[in-house]
Ligand binder design. Structure first.
Ligand SMILES: Cc1cc2nc3c(=O)[nH]c(=O)nc-3n(C[C@H](O)[C@H](O)[C@H](O)COP(=O)(O)OP(=O)(O)OC[C@H]3O[C@@H](n4cnc5c(N)ncnc54)[C@H](O)[C@@H]3O)c2cc1C
Length: 651
């Protein structure tokens, strides 16, 4: 076996598995084989026993972040060892590579272990903290600058200890690994990439030289280096009540550090929750899930006993996928959905222009289509995992009283807790467009445009526009068509009045008359709706916060209401977590939420207003002018701007 020169780090050497086009079967085998290789060479069992286990407890949860987790074998081993010892360790394992994430998610779930597609910097941005931050075989992949960033992130994320383990470059390691893996692992990249990793990796003196002050390099196990950092004692420990990742809210609570929000009396013998969410629609549940993953004690009160099957939102945009990813459900939703690759604008039998929503193969950058009832089912199932029993169905909120230091909520209905007076530090009104909570608070809404009426139904897909949304700008008014999963398409047509009695056959006849398209028969019922656009004059009143349709109602034309609400949730979850943790900062944090989300809602409303105006019935000169405008908007560079708008990237 030839041994190359190992005097310098071969930082240019490329590992086969880093090639985005590498053989997927070999890659899957590589992830699978890591488990065996790491068990033999990486020494994590010893580090778990010595550096992690002594800090774990049977009664208190501790948290651990595995950065660059690849296929997740180290995270899985740690989860198994802690479980076998009866210790409560909640692990979040992150990797930005979609292939690694897909592999990790394809394995049977383990209690307390969550995988996410993310960078360490994403978690810093979210304000996360973990008792332990670890990585395995990540350092040798990094340039000097990237290493500096990872270590800075690690310092911010770790409340107790950081352990970045990697191989040490040496002839012994190269020879030992080369001989030890021959002739094994032929169907994977393990051997080739292992040898390349050794060439890329650091020696102990090299790592000491680049490590910032406060970091230590230790030699463990044969040919192993560990770059360690001990967090200053004041910030330990971080823990989570939710069975998922943690933030300092929990850390403070459990450690006995600042707990100004904990000492209040509870009502009716019930605990005072951190947050009560009124309304278990898509926005309320997503927010509750995002709070639960932060360790916030949250309860959702929903007046319905059965979920709504009403046909509503279908489009899910890339920024929303980010929110869904935080909850660990993005991949599941993508798998159930169809991707909308772009849009076609047609008029009078001709194509005026085409927009590509995303040219990339990154699924997180796609627009996908999934019926709202299916989306809500996925969200509910995930929330039930994160906070079992905390979605209370059949409970209608009837009164809300802000007492300054907490909010009391009165309820009616049939469900468990109905009729009880409940209390929480904060109440979030996610109770939809007709929000009772908003009315009780006396918050007014400014009505923007509105009154346009539409008819919609779902039909079998004729296959004419695969993966594309189609807008027909016709004289009699706009017709829109979107792909749905299961070989179906949704068709929506503007109507002169609210046609509550119209059937799917009536809609098909209208669409044929306007566009010439013949639709196959359908079993779906048609539904009519009229468009309202409203924005609450404020989103925060004391300890009550509005979100989703309760805060803003946007025209379904352009498909933004649910997505906009999810983006509210993405901002409100960390804001509430911080408000609970740092009561002195609460007012300014929530004011920031109010300001930013009202600005986004105004932009979304303007865009929806523009979409509706473009789709209104027109004749003659105005028709020609509008079609001319569409042609201009559908070519670069304006098409890129339009595509950004349609995919909600500026909200
Ligand atoms: C035809 C149509 C098509 C649409 N298409 C799209 C689209 O493609 N993309 C998109 O992003 N959006 C779309 N939307 C908008 C989207 O459906 C809404 O924006 C979304 O449902 C808002 O979610 P929410 O959770 O804020 O409110 P809701 O979905 O209205 O949920 C509110 C929940 O609160 C509960 N509730 C109400 N009052 C109380 C109370 N007092 N106590 C307890 N519970 C209560 C309700 O039962 C309900 O479950 C569409 C809407 C329509 C009508």
């Amino acid at each position: 076996m030839d041994i190359p020169s190992l005097r310098r780090r071969a930082s240019d050497a490329v590992e086969l598995m880093d090639d985005p086009d590498c053989d997927p079967d070999k890659l899957a085998d590589t992830y699978a084989n890591f488990r065996f290789v790491n068990a033999v060479v990486s020494g994590w069992r010893g580090m778990y026993r010595r550096d992690i286990r002594p800090a774990l407890s049977r009664s208190r949860e501790s948290t651990l972040l595995d950065v660059g987790c690849g296929g997740g074998d180290v995270a899985r081993s740690l989860a198994r060892w802690a479980a076998a010892d009866g210790l409560r360790l909640i692990i979040t394992a992150v990797d930005p590579d979609a292939r690694a994430y897909a592999y990790a998610m394809s394995l049977p779930p383990l209690p307390g272990l969550t995988f996410r597609r993310a960078l360490s910097s994403d978690l810093v941005d979210e304000g996360r903290r973990f008792d332990f931050v670890v990585s395995n075989h990540v350092l040798h992949h990094l340039t000097g600058e990237q290493l500096g960033r990872l270590l800075a992130d690690s310092e911010r994320l770790a409340a107790r200890r950081v352990l970045h383990a990697d191989i040490e470059r040496s002839r012994f390691a190269y020879l030992g690994f080369g001989l030890g893996t021959w002739p094994l692992f032929r169907r994977s990249f393990i051997r080739d990439d292992g040898l390349t990793s050794i060439r890329r990796s650091f020696t102990a003196p090299e790592l000491r030289e680049v490590a910032p002050p406060g970091w230590q390099v230790t030699r463990e196990h044969p040919s192993r280096l560990v770059l360690r950092f001990e967090a200053p004692p004041a910030s330990a420990p971080a823990a989570s009540a939710s069975g998922s990742v943690s933030v300092p809210v929990e850390s403070d609570r459990r450690s006995g550090l600042a707990q100004p929000e904990r000492e209040l009396p509870s009502g009716n013998g019930e605990a005072v929750r951190d947050v009560i969410v009124v309304g278990g629609g898509p926005v309320g549940i997503l927010l509750a899930g995002l709070l639960a993953v932060r360790g916030v004690d949250v309860e959702v009160l929903e007046q319905r006993v059965e979920p709504s099957l009403r046909s509503r939102a279908i489009g899910i945009h890339p920024p929303s996928l980010r929110a869904l990813e935080q909850l660990g459900v993005a991949e599941e939703m993508i798998a159930q959905s169809v991707r909308i690759r772009g849009g076609v604008v047609r008029s009078d039998g001709r194509t005026l222009g085409r927009l590509a929503f995303s040219e990339t193969t990154d699924r997180m950058q796609s627009v996908i289509s999934l019926p709202q009832s299916e989306t809500e089912a996925v969200l509910r199932a995930r929330f039930a995992e994160l906070a079992p029993g905390r979605l209370r169905s059949g409970v209608t909120v009837t009164e809300v009283h802000d007492h300054g230091d907490r909010v009391a909520v009165e309820t009616g209905g049939e469900g468990v807790l109905a009729g009880e007076a409940l209390q929480a530090r904060y109440v979030v009104a996610a109770d939809g467009a007709r929000s009772l909570v908003r009315d009780l608070l006396g918050i007014r809404c400014t009505a923007r445009t509105g009154g346009e009426t539409y008819l919609m139904s779902d039909y079998p897909d004729t296959g004419e526009y695969p993966g594309e949304a189609v807008l027909f700008f016709e004289r009699g008014g706009v017709v829109e068509s979107f792909p749905l999963p299961g070989g179906r398409r949704r068709w929506v047509a503007m109507t002169p009045a609210l046609l509550t009695e119209a059937t799917s056959d009536d809609l098909a006849a209208l669409i044929r008359a306007r566009t010439g398209t013949r639709l196959p028969p359908t079993t779906s019922a048609a539904s009519s709706f009229s468009v309202q656009q409203r924005l609450a004059t404020r989103l925060v009143a004391g300890r009550v916060v509005l979100i989703g349709d309760a805060a803003h109602q946007i025209s379904p034309i352009g498909g933004q209401g649910m997505n906009l609400g999810w983006l509210d949730a993405l901002q409100l979850a960390p804001a509430l977590a911080r408000a609970l943790r740092e009561p002195d900062a609460a007012a300014s944090v929530l004011a920031g939420y109010d300001r930013r989300r009202r600005r986004s809602a105004r932009m979304a409303a303007r865009q929806a207003g523009f979409n509706m105006a473009m789709g209104s019935p027109v004749e003659g000169l105005r028709l020609r002018a509008r079609n001319g405008l569409v042609r201009v908007l559908a070519v670069p560079p304006t098409s890129a701007v339009l595509a950004r708008a349609f995919t909600m990237r500026w909200l």
